[in-house]
Design a protein around this ligand. Sequence first.
Ligand code: HXC
Length: 270
Amino acid sequence: MSPGPLVRVAFPAPAPFGQGPPPGGVALLTIDRPEALNAVSFALLAELVAALRALDADRACHCAVLTGAGSRAFAAGADIRELAGQTPESLRAGDDFERWDELRAIGLPIIAAVRGYALGGGCELAMACDLIVAGEDAQFGQPEIKLGVIPGAGGTQRLTRAIGKARAMELILTGRSISAREAAAAGLVNLVVPAEETLDRALQLAGQIAAMPPIAVRSAKAMINRAAETSLTDGLADERQAFFDLFATADKAEGMAAFAEKRAPTWQGR
Ligand code: HXC
């Protein structure tokens, strides 16, 4: 029996929102292993990254939303059954963890739409996205300590940057999960919405981003991520170069002309 795709990709009809024509260009990726609470196996991660890389290279795609099938989980972690048989040697010999680096190299903005459990590798996956929309039923946590290990796909680094050392220490050393509201108060998520509205609200937010000029969006994402990597002096220098570079784009000319002419811009993505 073939396992079937572990990640489904779709291009939903544009959701209506606030102002302007609803844009297309939003891809929806669904982790589709609900029977295992969408646990992230190595194969699933490879599929997810391959799908995102294809979308990243697709000029028609301007924003991605990543969610989990069903209402119980975004992803309840890396696949514990698969991890149970690993040794330091097997992990070092494999290239499975390189998929996490490839995920980080995606220039397309990605929004995590989280219902239910986002635990361990699932929380790390949500944090590897650029924004998080959480349903009221979402739970975030890094419970790896209870398995005798630590977060291994960015949890100690991204959670600390997102919510600060004191709170990250508490969550990672105790394995305690937090609710969507606590996660929002701590700065981990962008917004908390009624559970059933989670996907629609994430798609709506994606539509707003997809309506912006795509080269500037990618540049902004890259520079914001740069802030976590570098000194203020170097980050400011990089930002200035990125800003200057955008002045060579047709979208900059269009955006500024449209402002002067009091009309809506039409982006070309170049
Ligand atoms: C594999 C998992 C899984 C996981 C759940 N399942 N989480 N399988 N890996 N991470 C499976 C269960 O075995 C079960 O399969 C089915 O999903 C439903 O789960 P239940 O436990 O029966 O559901 P429930 O009682 O409601 O409990 C939900 C839960 C619990 C609290 C989320 O499943 C749980 O504690 N899961 C593990 C959470 C965790 O420790 N995550 C971190 C993993 S380590 P069957 O076949 O029995 O029905 C990690 C390291 C990342 O993520 C490092 C870098 C990659």
